[in-house]
Structure formats: structure tokens, C-alpha cells
Design a protein around this ligand. Structure first.
Ligand code: FAD
Length: 463
């Protein structure tokens, strides 16, 4: 049905000279290619344009404008609400564009828009270098960077966008432009946090930092009964932490994995996952008080290659499960916030659900708020209230758990990271950016995309 709506002349024009692959309903790979990471998303685009270069991106944009069909842009396909796939429209799929070039002398790297975090980290770590990025290697570098990019190295080196030197982008007019501090500086400000609102980014250029390759990293777990004490201790302990230390608190039911003692399987536990981006001995000293607190039931924090640590959480967030997520920032882990957290952690039903609480601050907070379009720099912690099930069974109940938890935290919320939004409406996008940044993004949108061609995202309407 979707194909019947497409203008054959426009489709013919798109196909002529298209270097990549055009996939339509009925073709053998269609169902595989329309899937995104979140298995609860089931959309049927009219055409998936797996772009082979800038000319293909330009042709796909022209096609969307000629036909008026919706246009989605896909990097790694990890948008929580599935905004990189649409019904009845065209997907500008960048996933075959994965070339990474590292210049170890200059300490810079370029990455094409389909690059996944694991591919990027592997290329940079080959030279003992790294860009701070996310915590799951199968996430797309493109979507993550355009929203800001938080991860294990951010407190030491800043957000992913704080290391961004330039982008190459195809505009709604089909023009290829570069943006950096020295060229189209307004656009460069906007792509650092403003998401995919301004065009299709085809290449990112970053500066690199020396790292590892060994880091002291991994989780330490306690039984959930200890969580109220552990979280209070944790709060005081991180208050003195150096920027090298980044931590994430996680509650979940212990999975039945080989390295988890059998008596823990299925029991609710709390874990503090650390990554120390500095000398191992220094990290050992910093982490000692945490390791000695209470009665840990499992301590997997050890020196290891950064790449190994980066992939640790991959199996916890695989493709195809049903995911629902609400998120928020809080200033501090007050007693009330801790009590709400533990109370809701106790109510987790699904054996798969786990919700990260990220420690923010450090280098992230030292960049002025108006330097980029990212607006969570002042947050103390970011909550990712992620519920997950294998499929539809139990999904509704688990989703309700997320909603209840989020509502209970409402009085303590101070914002939200735009890459952690679901489809929550225009007001919430405005709230995420804050009035000043949102108005600036709106003016930029009016300049670069006045017809709102790029609207399947955390949309900033032209105005
Ligand atoms: C398992 C998992 C782990 C995560 N971990 C982290 C983390 O550690 N840190 C963090 O900051 N975030 C994290 N996120 C959130 C993540 O940053 C966003 O979901 C992000 O959108 C993913 O990027 P993607 O390219 O994979 O997504 P996609 O679904 O492909 O794209 C999402 C949106 O980004 C835009 N976009 C993508 N590519 C382009 C492009 N080339 N040009 C213009 N716009 C584009 C589009 O608007 C698109 O709708 C995680 C998400 C998941 C699912």
C-alpha cells in the first residue's frame, strides 16, 4: 500500500544513479532493514534508502521534498522512540557509511554517519586515544553525538560534542556544508545538542584524548536490602571524587550468568559500576572505600582494556527487546530521591529491567551552558528509567512501572537529556532545552529547515 502512494517519476529519478541500495516492501531484506533497536517499534517505510555517499543523501532529500512523504534519518537505529524509521515515508539510512580515519599525530579522527560506538572506539584505541562517547557499543555515533553524548569518560574529557571539531551536513536544500567554530558557527552550535533538526550529517570530525588502553573498571554489587545505605554512602563518596572517576548506579534482578553466583540469580541487587580514566593505582585508592562499604556480594571491578569495559553492558541492552523509557535529571541524590529509587527498584518485575543512574558533573559542567545546545550540564545525576521485556508479554505492566517511578520523581526533577526522551510532545522538547536554547534553536531551524523537512526527531519547529 505504501508503494502505491509513491510518485513513480520521483521514484525513477531517485533510482537513477543511486549508488547505495533502495529497499521497498516485498523485497527479501525489507523486514530486516526496517527494524530498529527497540523491538516495540513496528513501522513500514515506503522506501529505505541505504545511502552510498553524499549524492544519495541529496537524492533522498529531493525525493522527500518532491513527494511530500515523511523523511526519517537513521544512524545506529537506537532512538528510544524509534524516530529513525517511519510509516509510508523514506528512511535515509546511513548505516553502511562506517569509515573511520584516525590521525594519531594531530590527535583527530573523522567518522562517517553510520559508525557505531564500538567501531569508533576500536579505531581510536588502536592508537591509545579516545573520544568520550556512550556506554553500549552498538549505539550509533551520529544520533548520540547530535544529542550531546554522555558516557564513561565525560567527567574527565566532557561530552562527545565537547570534542567535536566539525561536521559535514546535507541541508534541506540539498547543499553540502561544513560547520565548525570557524565556518557556519551558528549551525555548529545547533548540531551540538540540537539533534537531527538541521540536516543529515554525513561526517563528524573529533579531537582525541590519550586513554588507557587499561582502565580500572567494572561493577560492585550488594543485595537490594543494602541499597538505602549504599546509595547514601555513594552520595557522600562521589562528592569528593576526582574527574577521572565516572560511575553509574544500577538496580536489577541478578541475571543467571556464569560469573554471577547461583544463589544470587533472580534476586534484586544494586550495583555501582565505575570507570577510572587515570592511572590504575590511583583508581585503586579512590575505589577502596566503595569496595569496603557494607557487604558486597560481587566485585567485578578490575584493571581491563577500555574496549572490554565499553562492551560490558552490550548484552544487557540487546536489539529487539521491547523497551520503554522515561528520563529525568536531578540535582542531588537527596534522602527522598534515594527512598523513591529504592522503593521502585523493589517493585521491578521483569528479570530484564535495569535502570541506570548516571553521575554527571566534572568536565561536562565546566563548559558554559550557552556554548552548545546541550542543556543538562548542571545536572547532578541523570535517571534512565528503562523497562524491558522480551516481547509484548508483561510490557504494559513494566511500562506502568516506569511511568509511576518517573511521576514519583517529578518534584525532584530539574530537566532531561534530549536523547533520553520518548515521543513526549513539543512542550517537553522545549522543557528539555530550556526557553533560551529552544528559542535559539527555533531561529536556526527557520534558517536551515523552514519547512520542517527534518521533523522525525525531538522536533524544534521553525519559528
Ligand atoms: C542501548 C542504548 C544505549 C545508549 N547509551 C547512551 C549513552 O551511553 N550515552 C548517550 O548519550 N546516549 C545513549 N543512548 C541514547 C542515544 O544517544 C540515542 O538513542 C541516539 O539517538 C542513538 O543514535 P543512533 O544513531 O543509534 O540512533 P538513530 O535511531 O539511528 O537516530 C536517532 C535520531 O538521530 C538523528 N540522526 C541519526 N543520524 C543522523 C544523521 N546522520 N544526521 C542527522 N540526524 C541523524 C535522527 O533525528 C534520528 O531520528 C543510548 C541508547 C540506547 C538504545
Amino acid at each position: 500500500m505504501a508503494t502505491a502512494q509513491l510518485d513513480p517519476a520521483a521514484l525513477g529519478e531517485l533510482s537513477a544513479g543511486f549508488r547505495g541500495e533502495l529497499i521497498q516492501p516485498g523485497q527479501p531484506t525489507y523486514d530486516e532493514r526496517r527494524q530498529v533497536w527497540n523491538g516495540s517499534i513496528d513501522r513500514h517505510p515506503a522506501v529505505i534508502a541505504r545511502c552510498g555517499g553524499n549524492d544519495d543523501v541529496i537524492a533522498a532529500i529531493r525525493f522527500a521534498r518532491q513527494t511530500g512523504v515523511p523523511l526519517a534519518v537513521r544512524g545506529g537505529g537506537h532512538s528510544f522512540p524509534g524516530s529513525s524509521v517511519c510509516d509510508g515515508g523514506i528512511v535515509v539510512d546511513m548505516s553502511t557509511q562506517t569509515e573511520v580515519k584516525v590521525d594519531p599525530e594531530k590527535r583527530t579522527a573523522t567518522a562517517q554517519a553510520g559508525t557505531l560506538l564500538g567501531q569508533f572506539d576500536t579505531a581510536t584505541q588502536a592508537h591509545g586515544l579516545a573520544v568520550p562517547a556512550g556506554i553500549v557499543t552498538h549505539t550509533g555515533l551520529a544520533g548520540l553525538t547530535l544529542g550531546g553524548g554522555i558516557g564513561w569518560l565525560m567527567r574527565k574529557f566532557g561530552l562527545t560534542i565537547d570534542q567535536l571539531l566539525s561536521v559535514e551536513l546535507v541541508t534541506a536544500e540539498g547543499e553540502v556544508v561544513r560547520a565548525s567554530e570557524g565556518e557556519n558557527a551558528d549551525l555548529f552550535w545547533g548540531v551540538r545538542g540540537g539533534g537531527g533538526n538541521f540536516g543529515v550529517v554525513t561526517e563528524f570530525e573529533f579531537s582525541l584524548n590519550p586513554l588507557g588502553p587499561q582502565v580500572l573498571a567494572g561493577p560492585i554489587f550488594w543485595l537490594i536490602e543494602e541499597s538505602p545505605k549504599v546509595l547514601r554512602f555513594y552520595r557522600d563518596w562521589i562528592a569528593e571524587a576526582p574527574d577521572e572517576l565516572m560511575t553509574i548506579v544500577m538496580h536489577r534482578k541478578a541475571p543467571p550468568l556464569d560469573f554471577v553466583p547461583q544463589e544470587l540469580h533472580g534476586k534484586l541487587i544494586v550495583g555501582v559500576v565505575s570507570c577510572y580514566a587515570g592511572p590504575i593505582e590511583e583508581g585503586e585508592r579512590v575505589l577502596k572505600p566503595l569496595r569496603e562499604f557494607g557487604s558486597p556480594v560481587l566485585d567485578l571491578c578490575a584493571p581491563k582494556p577500555y574496549l572490554e569495559h565499553q562492551s560490558m553492558l552490550d548484552p544487557a541492552f540487546p536489539h529487539g527487546r521491547w523497551y520503554y523509557m522515561r528520563a529525568c535529571d536531578v540535582a542531588e541524590l537527596t534522602d527522598e530521591v534515594i527512598d523513591i529509587t529504592v522503593d521502585h527498584a523493589m517493585r521491578i518485575r521483569s528479570p530484564l529491567t535495569t535502570f541506570p543512574i548516571w553521575q554527571m558533573g566534572g568536565a561536562v559542567a565546566r563548559v558554559p551552558d550557552d556554548a552548545t545546545a546541550f542543556t543538562s550540564r548542571g545536572a547532578g545525576h541523570t535517571f534512565n528509567l528503562t523497562s524491558m521485556t522480551e516481547g509484548p508479554e508483561g510490557f504494559e505492566e513494566e511500562r506502568q512501572w516506569t511511568r509511576d517511578f518517573w511521576s514519583a520523581l517529578e518534584p525532584h526533577q530539574m530537566g532531561v537529556y534530549v536523547n533520553f526522551l520518548m515521543e513526549e510532545g513539543e512542550d517537553r522538547v522545549r522543557e528539555a532545552y530550556g526557553a533560551a536554547t529552544y528559542d535559539r534553536l527555533k531561529a536556526l531551524k527557520q534558517k536551515y529547515d523552514p519547512e520542517n523537512l527534518f521533523r522525525l526527531n525531538q522536533n524544534v519547529r521553525p519559528g
